[in-house]
Design a protein around this ligand. Structure first.
Ligand code: NAG
Ligand code: NAG
Length: 317
């Protein structure tokens, strides 16, 4: 080989190498990008954890209470110094709407304020020394004193369709019949931010009674026996608690006919003792439950989760 031929061969080889690097580089970069996109997608749509429950205690509940709001609290009698575990409970239906202070252990209604028959009660929550209660579809809301349960103010919430109400200690957190949860400033009732509830990208409507439990937003999905555990920052459903069997158990024990009970609705949390309470509209019991993971192989598959926990549009199955 002459030296000029040899250098031409080298040149060809180097060109081929440069071309190869040039071609493979974007492929590698493309693969990296796809991986990043996949990771971002998984972060956006994380797979929720599935939970079941065990019942650790049960308490009497007024079977005439159409529960729309439930919150755990503790109150002490000033003179006798005796303290009670209580629920703040609100009830719905026109002519039967009320706000109550209920003794957790006995179910006894200690304080009660009935609303006028034109109001259909919805959620209640205590924030500071005030109790806030909303109503359905009229935008009317009420503020009560937490010590004596006296109405101190009528408010216009501006809500077209108020359902659930809870608090993170700063905001009033309100649900409606949509997939959006609104965080309101309690003083001005102005919206501070909104989250959209989503399970792996699918919007989840109809979150009803809610509770903040250790930094998560838990809510009953109306017309289902599922509690959604929602990340309050992103709106993603990070877990589903399947409460199936609880309502049916009351029927089987002959405590109430299935026609006389409505849906599961009402979550309360005792943050000090980490106790979770649930009940339903017109249920004769409040249950203290411990969420627990399904035993291996017994968890429902994703199709069953969607069927059991995602709200369905009437008439569309
Ligand atoms: C207990 O006493 C405090 C201080 O006097 C008062 O503000 C509060 O309203 C009383 N609580 C009840 C339940 O009467
Ligand atoms: C909610 O999501 C944010 C952002 O991904 C994350 O930092 C936070 O830990 C999550 N909180 C809960 C309670 O899962």
């Amino acid at each position: 080989m002459t030296s000029s031929r040899r250098s031409r061969v080298w040149l060809a080889l180097i060109s081929a190498l440069v071309l190869l690097i040039g071609l493979t580089q974007p492929v590698a970069a493309g693969k990296r990008k796809a991986k990043q996109r996949r990771q971002a997608h998984e972060e956006q749509h994380p797979e929720p954890v599935l939970w079941t429950y065990s019942v650790v205690a049960e308490y009497p509940h007024d079977h005439k209470a159409f529960t729309q709001g439930l919150q755990f609290d503790r109150t002490c009698d000033n003179s006798s110094k005796v303290c009670y575990d209580i629920f703040w409970e609100s009830t719905g239906l026109n002519g039967q709407s009320s706000i109550r202070q209920v003794d957790v252990n006995t179910g006894e209604v200690r304080l009660r304020h009935d609303l006028a028959a034109n109001h259909f009660g919805e959620g209640v929550t205590r924030l500071g020394e005030r109790l806030y209660m909303i109503t359905w579809r009229t935008g009317a809301g009420f503020v009560f004193s937490a010590d004596k349960l006296q109405m101190v103010q009528e408010i216009d919430t501006g809500l077209g369709d108020g359902w659930g109400l809870t608090t993170d200690g700063v905001h009033l957190i309100v649900s409606e019949s949509s997939q959006n949860i609104h965080f309101l400033d309690p003083k001005t009732l102005k919206e501070v931010r909104t989250i959209t509830v989503k399970d792996r990208g699918k919007e989840i409507r109809w979150m009803n009674e809610m509770e903040v439990v250790d930094g998560e937003l838990w809510g009953n999905i109306w017309q289902t026996e599922c509690i959604a555990r929602v990340n309050m920052t992103t709106g993603h459903v990070i877990g589903w608690i399947h409460m199936h069997g609880l309502r049916e158990g009351l029927v089987q024990r002959g405590l109430v006919g299935s026609q006389s009970m409505d849906v599961l609705n009402g979550i309360a949390y005792d943050a000090t003792s980490k106790r979770v309470f649930v009940t339903g509209k017109l249920w004769p019991r409040v249950f203290e439950v411990v969420p627990k993971p399904f035993e291996s192989g017994t968890a429902p598959d994703w199709a069953a989760v969607a069927r059991l926990c995602h709200p369905r549009v009437f008439g569309l199955g």
